[in-house]
Design a binder for this molecule. Structure first.
Ligand code: FE2
Length: 244
């Protein structure tokens, strides 16, 4: 059984479209563990319309704290980060607030619709704070689908491209599937993550792992075991991978 590091999920209730309760979050963690995940980053959305107020952050951290022990009993090392949707307000904040657990990295998405420019500005803001942008599901962004060179440019500057397992499984559409595979097969993707939200869209990596293994061979492991995060690990243990 592979041991996956999943850098993107919505298993901690936060008022967004992910888990609605600690109980639902725990069920998602148990399912993730059953399917081979060992370290799971919960990354509640930080949307322009749902920013991270102090009250919201307190509630999310409390929900995460309530989940850590039961998740560990289920076999999941549950960590907390955030998924940033670009906004002007975020450019005025210290990106360190939004780190992925103890990693020197911040997860941000390119808006599904509209230009990629706000994501570039946010990525540069993150970079300016000495952190590495992890770019969530570029294959799902309209701007990147129209011009994949945007994602290539981000990868070339050392930003980590995170493709969704569900894109590779064709769950977000044919174009997204094709671009996700292109990023994987051309070696531009650094990570595959679940972006799991709910039971019908679980935090699962096993099916995508088998497909990637069949297509790219041994290189598959590095996309699923958090290898790309190792230089940024700080306090977070990532040496969970059990080589097959
Ligand atoms: Fe997400």
């Amino acid at each position: 059984m592979a041991r996956f590091v999943d850098v993107h999920s919505h298993v901690v209730p936060s008022g967004d479209d992910g888990a609605k309760s600690v109980e639902e979050g725990l069920a998602l963690c148990a399912e993730a563990a059953r399917r081979g995940t060992r370290a799971l980053y919960a990354t509640p959305h930080v949307w322009p319309q749902l920013p991270l107020t102090q009250d919201r952050e307190r509630d999310v951290r409390a929900a995460h704290a309530a989940l850590v022990a039961p998740a560990a009993r289920a076999g999941i090392d549950l960590r907390l980060g955030w998924e940033l949707t670009p906004s002007a307000a975020l450019l005025d904040e210290d990106p360190a607030r939004y780190r992925l657990g103890g990693l020197a990295a911040v997860l941000l998405e390119i808006s599904f619709r509209g230009p990629a420019e706000p994501a570039r500005l946010l990525g540069e803001h993150v970079e300016g704070a000495g952190l590495v942008p992890v770019v969530a599901h570029p294959e799902r962004a309209e701007s990147v689908l129209a011009n994949p060179g945007i994602a290539v440019g981000f990868a070339e500057r050392g930003w980590l491209l995170q493709v969704n397992a569900t894109s590779l499984l064709g769950r977000h559409g044919e174009e997204e599937e094709a671009l996700g595979w292109r990023l994987v097969e051309e070696g531009l993707a650094a990570l595959v993550a679940s972006d799991g939200h709910r039971a019908a869209r679980p935090a699962a990596l096993d099916e995508a792992y088998e497909l990637v293994l069949a297509r790219v061979g041994e290189g598959a492991d590095a996309l699923f075991d958090g290898s790309a995060l190792a230089p940024l690990a700080g306090a977070d243990r990532l040496d969970l991978a059990e080589r097959r």
